[in-house]
Design a protein around this ligand. Structure first.
Ligand code: AMP
Length: 215
């Protein structure tokens, strides 16, 4: 059966980014993360990056059309199956994704469900390799030696600015206020699967394989 476009929904720290990387490597999807695209614009110092820098630093959402434009410029649905990670973030974006990008192309949403009070600790302990992007958690999945990446041994293990405790609360709050209408939206079109994201990364992965196999 032809694969569907996958839409990963979940709170910051729910593990959807880590799973998106693994699934894309193993199953031939392209991974597109709007958070990564925005951070790339910021590090390039582009006009767009300058405009959104403060918004990311405060844990707020960038406006829907800016993110949609960036996303559209970075994916070509004719040539690839995508995992959309971090988009949509609200019901307006869910509708834009259907109407402006997917335009009838089959898709399946996967919700990484986890109690929000488990996430603060995950997020403040998250570190990312500056060279290869490998994600670690200092408590649950630490690198073998502190400060160096197991995979490439080249980058620095960095904490995202918005993973600092003061901003994490705001990001979780934004998520809590926007998720329910999106779940209803995908559920009402029979495109929603929920996965228990409190399980180990390997267990979440095998459940995802089941979803992808069936979609
Ligand atoms: P993420 O890497 O998905 O956690 O996103 C980091 C930050 O980028 C968010 O806190 C927002 O400021 C911004 N962002 C990412 N995706 C979106 C989106 N779809 N809509 C609006 N803002 C976004």
């Amino acid at each position: 059966m032809d694969k569907k476009q996958l839409i990963f929904l979940g709170a910051p720290g729910s593990g959807k980014g880590t799973q998106a990387v693994r699934i894309s490597e193993d199953k031939g999807y392209s991974h597109v993360s709007t958070g990564d695209l925005l951070r790339r614009e910021i590090s390039k110092g582009s006009k767009l990056g300058e405009r959104v820098k403060g918004i990311l630093a405060d844990g707020h959402l960038v406006d829907d059309h800016t993110v949609l434009e960036l996303l559209s410029a970075n994916c070509d649905l004719k040539s690839s199956k995508y995992i959309f990670d971090g988009f949509p973030r609200n019901i307006a974006q869910a509708r834009l994704l259907d109407d402006e990008l997917l335009k009838g192309v089959p898709s399946q949403a996967v919700y990484f469900e986890i109690a929000l009070d488990k996430l603060l600790e995950r997020l403040v302990n998250r570190r990312t390799c500056s060279a290869c992007g490998k994600i670690y958690n200092l408590v649950s999945t630490p690198p073998k030696s502190p400060d160096s990446c197991d995979v490439c041994d080249e980058g620095e293990l960095q904490q995202r600015k918005d993973d600092k405790e003061e901003v994490v609360g705001e990001r979780l709050d934004v998520f809590g206020k926007t998720i329910e209408p999106m779940l209803e939206f995908y559920d009402s079109s029979s495109r929603l699967t929920q996965i228990d994201a409190s399980l180990s990364a390997d267990d979440v992965y095998s459940r995802l394989e089941g979803v992808i196999g069936a979609s």
